[in-house]
Ligand binder design. Structure first.
Ligand code: PMP
Length: 460
């Protein structure tokens, strides 16, 4: 343990955590009965180690973010160097830092040819707040101030700030905060397994895309600023749209002159077998949201990639854009992100996912399709999902919805493997360095957990 921690024993740490630490996305009532949170004390490669000395395979890359895995000395070294040289300076008011400039150039070089500019924020949520403000400001400058509405999808996740949660389509979040803010509209998601039962998948893709067009026609194209979507919805349950979906969304956004914001917070930096999900799925974005894999989660940093069209209006015509964060382009986070991208390049992690581990995960996860409570497995690169169902044909859920997923998730937990439950969908997104033996372990554990879950549900 690090120096700060070694004076505390584990019971004391758990007690302090319980007494004082308000956890995000956690029901604390549940924690009290279970002896507190599982405390993670160190990590290496694809493995976490908890305070009790257990070794845990992290099938989720933390929160979908540690793309290069844990324990990268190169990243801690570059952070220390940058901290000694310049621990902080801002990028407001005509100042910059080498790390921010170099990272902007590097990220721009990975993005599409007509996307040459980058705005930095601290988190995915902040980046989406930035994108909303940019999109609305852009249309004002274009002389179309009524183009304000942002169209999003039900069950989308775009963050937890007021704008992020409003852009997202998580009804439980909306309810608690009295959201969403005005000028955001949600339409059907392209979730074939759940919402396209009995329909051809490609046909369903067109139906889900048409929901976007219908909404544009309902509210008037003159009032719509942008459409926002994750290439693959992550937190919603690794929802991989039918092949027809994104091509149609491209067409719709072009036809009605609506900006397309691609939220690549999860899909970016190799996750789908290309640098970005929009490359894998053929999406033509005007603005791209990035976070997580940008620094592999080692330090908080996010970015908005901005296409030439938006940039030229916003920054050449627009004067000052009254927006920015104290930590926009933070030099230490930027230096770490830059080195993280170098590691992804040097180790060929994008190609590894595309050619080796992505196809292998797909093949192995598919072996679970014969399981009595599995309705579908699906993957894209190193994003994977297992649909738990009580009826393989009707795709219905065990009652009450979400219980089967929670039981299954707890079974993983007990076996020292992390997979997450999104309702009744088990999802994984392991570090991009995972090898085939580790994928075998992940999938073998999944079968054990599904067996145990089925038993608990009275099926096996
Ligand atoms: N967009 C997407 C697609 C995400 O998955 C997330 C986080 N899971 C966010 C935005 C928000 O990022 P953050 O938690 O860094 O604010």
């Amino acid at each position: 343990m690090t120096n700060i921690l070694k004076n505390y024993d584990k019971a004391e740490l758990k007690r302090l955590d319980n007494a004082h630490h308000m956890h995000p996305f956690t029901d604390h009532k549940g924690l009290e009965g279970e002896g507190g949170s599982r405390m993670i004390v160190r990590a290496d490669g694809c493995y976490l180690y908890d305070i009790d000395g257990e070794k845990i395979l992290d099938g989720m890359s933390g929160l979908w973010c540690t793309n290069v895995g844990y324990g990268r000395k190169e990243l801690t070294e570059v952070a220390a160097e940058q901290m000694n040289e310049l621990p902080y300076y801002n990028t407001f008011f005509k100042t910059s830092t080498p790390a921010a400039a170099l990272l902007a150039a590097k990220v721009a070089s990975l993005l599409p040819d007509d996307m040459n500019h980058v705005f930095f924020s601290g988190s995915g949520s902040e980046a989406n707040d930035t994108n909303l403000r940019m999109a609305r400001h852009f249309w004002q400058l274009e002389g179309k101030p009524n183009k304000k509405i942002i169209i999003s999808r039900n069950n989308a996740y775009h963050g937890s700030t007021i704008a992020g949660a409003s852009l997202g389509g998580m009804s439980a979040m909306h309810k608690q905060a009295g959201l969403e803010i005005s000028g955001i509209e949600h339409v059907q998601q392209p979730y074939w397994f759940k919402e396209g039962v009995g329909m051809d998948e490609d046909e369903f893709g067109l139906v889900a895309a048409k929901a976007v067009e219908d909404k544009i026609l309902e509210v008037g194209a003159d009032n719509v600023a942008a459409f926002i979507g994750e290439p693959v919805q992550g937190a919603g349950g690794v929802i991989i749209p039918p092949k027809t979906y994104w091509a149609e969304i491209n067409r719709i956004c072009e036809q009605y002159d609506i900006l397309l914001i691609c939220d690549e917070v999860i899909c970016g930096f190799g996750r789908t077998g290309n640098w970005f999900g929009h490359q894998t799925l053929g999406i033509k974005p005007d603005i791209v949201t990035m976070a997580k894999g940008l620094s592999s989660g080692y330090l908080p940093i996010s970015a908005s990639g901005v296409g030439d069209r938006v940039y030229n209006t916003l920054y050449k015509k627009g004067g000052e854009f009254y927006h920015g964060y104290t930590y926009s382009g933070h030099p230490v986070a930027a230096a770490v992100a830059l080195r993280n991208i170098e590691i992804i390049e040097r180790e060929g992690l994008v190609e590894k996912v595309r050619n080796e581990t992505g196809p292998y995960l797909a093949q192995q996860l598919a072996t679970l399709n014969d399981h009595p409570i599995v309705g579908q497995t699906r993957t894209l690169g190193l994003l994977g999902a297992i649909e738990i169902t009580n009826d393989k044909a009707a795709h219905t859920r065990f009652e009450p919805e979400g219980r089967a997923g929670t039981i299954c998730r707890d079974n993983f937990f007990a076996r020292n493997v992390v997979m997450r439950a999104c309702g009744d969908v088990m999802v994984c997104a392991p570090p991009l360095i995972i090898d085939k033996a580790e994928i075998d372990h992940l999938v073998a554990t999944a079968r054990e957990c599904l067996d145990a879950t089925a038993k608990e549900l009275g099926v096996m």
